[in-house]
Design a protein. Structure first.
Length: 129
């Protein structure tokens, strides 16, 4: 099945999702943020620790369902007598529910400016190698 992919997730996040089965993550990296803009609650995504250029057939990861999605803006203000600086950054908060474990079959789309799409096989307990 073809999934939009979130790449470069921290190992402890992946372990917590495996253990708790539900986890909320805040995504700030641009490639993962833009991937989540095209996702709706109920959709499934593929999560992996590997960075996007390092994904090859056989890369393992988790398949998760989006339970809730929220786009938030962080505002930072710094000032003193000489200057006033204000900056904003957007992030996405996604509540994920574990569906299963998957293994990459092939990369279907790795175009700049589009979400990374990957064909993934769900790995069943009896299929594990």
């Amino acid at each position: 099945m073809i999934y939009v992919t979130l790449t470069g997730l921290a190992r402890h996040v992946m372990k917590e999702l495996l253990a708790a089965r539900v986890r909320t993550v805040e995504i700030r990296s641009p490639n993962n943020f833009f991937a989540l803009l095209n996702i709706q609650p109920g959709d499934r995504i593929f999560l992996t620790e590997a960075s996007a250029p390092d994904i090859v057939p056989g890369t393992s990861g988790l398949i998760a369902s989006i339970r809730a999605l929220q786009i938030i803006t962080h505002r930072t203000v710094q000032s003193n007598q000489d200057y006033y600086e204000e900056s904003e950054a957007q992030a996405a908060r996604a509540q994920l529910q574990l569906v299963g474990v998957g293994r990459v079959r092939k990369i279907t789309s790795f175009e700049p400016g589009t979400p990374l799409s990957i064909d993934v096989d769900e790995v069943r307990y009896c299929d594990a190698r």
